[in-house]
Design a protein around this ligand. Structure first.
Ligand SMILES: [Mg+2]
Length: 255
């Protein structure tokens, strides 16, 4: 089980140079707007010299404007690790992933379950990840028809991405190109709420599970095993309480 965020020590708090957060279920529960306390917490991190980045299942069209509105200086990784920008407004960093294996599987799903399979509302905005809904089709039936791709359930929609791609691996791949290029994995703190964030938690030791009370319990078992810390409050309130504590621990340590 993860420890309470109150176990974050001043030493660890002072070490953090980059905070990377998932968005849906972690910074917000619904919609596109983060709350004012979340925006303030992100501003406070940046003012304390800690870069803030995002690693989300959203496409850039729904992630980058959010990052820009928060004046975050860190990386923007979209589509569950399939595509990345080193910072908001930068060009695409080529991770070399393909959409073809996922499209092939989607074609099979549509042929076998024509009434159940629906492309997600932001399907056309996605460059690599295929977002979709499969009303009533058991995951095991989908898995039988997939080759070279993984199925992810974010709690908001289903995603298919090429095998080997993950939020955590993509962040690790570009880490050496962020900021001064000297950020070490143990100087990163990652925040997530669901199964799609497990790779962030396994690749980066300083991980925080933000409580998402909407997720079924069986979906949180694996991520609970991997998270180092957890929030008490849910969604954005949970993120804010942990960031507030982290910043307090840093300032305590300087006196
Ligand atoms: Mg999430």
């Amino acid at each position: 089980m993860p420890k309470s965020y109150l176990q974050i020590t001043p030493e660890l708090a002072r070490r953090i140079k980059l905070v990377v957060a998932d968005v849906d279920g972690t910074l917000l529960s619904d919609g596109d707007e983060v709350s004012s306390p979340v925006a303030r917490a992100i501003r406070a991190l940046e003012q304390a010299g800690i870069m803030v980045g995002f690693d989300s299942g959203r496409p850039f069209t729904r992630l980058e404007p959010l990052a820009a509105s928060l004046n975050a200086s860190g990386p923007v990784i979209a589509e569950n690790g399939c595509v990345a920008k080193l910072k908001c407004g930068a060009g695409l960093y080529d991770l070399g992933y393909s959409r073809q294996p996922a499209l092939k599987a989607l074609t099979k799903f549509k042929a076998d379950f024509p009434t159940a399979i629906r492309e997600a509302f932001d399907y056309k905005d996605r460059l690599i990840d295929v977002g979709f809904f499969a009303d009533g089709v058991p995951h095991v039936e989908l898995l039988k028809r997939m080759e070279g791709v993984q199925l992810l359930d974010s709690g908001y929609m289903l995603h298919m991405i090429q095998n080997g791609v993950s939020k955590g691996k993509s962040l690790k791949r570009i880490l050496g190109l962020i900021g001064d290029g000297q950020i070490h994995p143990d100087e990163v703190m990652v925040f997530g709420d669901s199964a799609t964030d497990i790779s962030l938690f396994t690749e980066f030791e300083n991980s925080v599970l933000v409580i998402n009370p909407r997720l079924p319990k069986e979906q949180t078992i694996d991520i609970c095993r991997q998270a180092k810390f957890q929030s008490k409050l849910s969604f954005g309130d949970g993120f804010v309480e942990v960031i507030t504590y982290l910043l307090k621990q840093r300032s305590d340590a300087t006196f």
